[in-house]
Design a protein around this ligand. Sequence first.
Ligand SMILES: NC(=O)c1ccc[n+]([C@@H]2O[C@H](COP(=O)([O-])OP(=O)(O)OC[C@H]3O[C@@H](n4cnc5c(N)ncnc54)[C@H](O)[C@@H]3O)[C@@H](O)[C@H]2O)c1
Length: 346
Amino acid sequence: MRILVTGGAGFIGSHVAEYFQKDNEVLIIDNLSREEILGKGIGSKSYNLNYLKGFKNISFYNCDIRDFEKVKEIGKGIDAIIHTAAQVAVTTSLKNPRLDFEINALGTFNMLELARLNDASLIFCSTNKVYGENVNKIPLLEKNSRYEYADERFIEGIPEDFSIDLTGHSPYGCSKLAADIYVQDYAYTYGLKTGVFRMSCIYGERQFGVEDQGWVAWFVIATEMERKITIYGNGKQVRDLLYVKDLVELYDKFLSSNIRHGVFNAGGGRNNAYSLLEVIDMIRKILNKKPDLNYSDWRPADQKVYISNIRKAHELLNWYPRTSAEEGIKKLALWVRNNRQLFIGL
Ligand SMILES: NC(=O)c1ccc[n+]([C@@H]2O[C@H](COP(=O)([O-])OP(=O)(O)OC[C@H]3O[C@@H](n4cnc5c(N)ncnc54)[C@H](O)[C@@H]3O)[C@@H](O)[C@H]2O)c1
């Protein structure tokens, strides 16, 4: 297959490209804008691209997904699109909602049009943020180191049919939700094979996490480099953590299945759900260094507990996360420790 990976110079996209190049021709589209969009960056913006240079089945195009004429030219004859490129931070979306809309909503629309022109399949990286603050309406229990859902119905986490309506989302949540619904609709209206993956917290090697996005990687990098970590709120907020290579396997399972369309929550599930404080403690033990914490107010649109119910992906695609959070964070920590030079000057 000829597979187009948007955002292939980013964290998830680079893992997608590495995985799929084994049996396919991979075309990467990226405009290397992560640092510029976030207003700060660490490491090297071409680090992931340089890493991928060794693979002969991968070609790179410096292209903006908003430039449809160029995208159309590059994407001629593709069989599948794995669309990871995005404006990725809630904080940036609050400061610059137009930029967020143009990249996430219009950019995804362009990818759908490209898929339609080529009768290609499309995978979309959606987010748990599409459920917005509805998640915060679930009553919580406050335990020593974490919050927990008090409502039995959500013991396994949030399912795909949880309400996306009548609540606050943040501009990022809205642009992703608009794109999510468009991706669903291109399956209904045009019969394309499309998969929407509402992802929780994804982490792993080659993730240049910063305070505003990629918090697990940021906590590991900051601890290793002895920088301060700010916790917004009390640190008891919970997320389910999914190791990036397990996510990529899920994409593969969907593409090679005979399911024409699906919306799937993609996270580590309740077995890999941890609070920030618990992750901090794990990192402390793995790196044998004490994270330097300070606390600040809760951030807007922050979900107190978000855990993906991953039963659907398990039942329909026979998928489950194979890597425990502890194993995965060890891999991430080893990569950070072996690449300290990338983070000097942080
Ligand atoms: N990492 C997570 O925990 C997580 C969670 C939920 C959803 N997601 C989604 O997964 C996707 C990948 O996230 P990531 O963590 O790999 O982020 P990333 O920032 O590492 O990768 C995104 C890539 O997209 C590129 N890009 C941005 N705007 C572009 C444009 N206009 N044209 C071309 N390229 C552009 C960036 O340069 C970057 O390389 C995003 O859609 C994100 O919203 C990520």
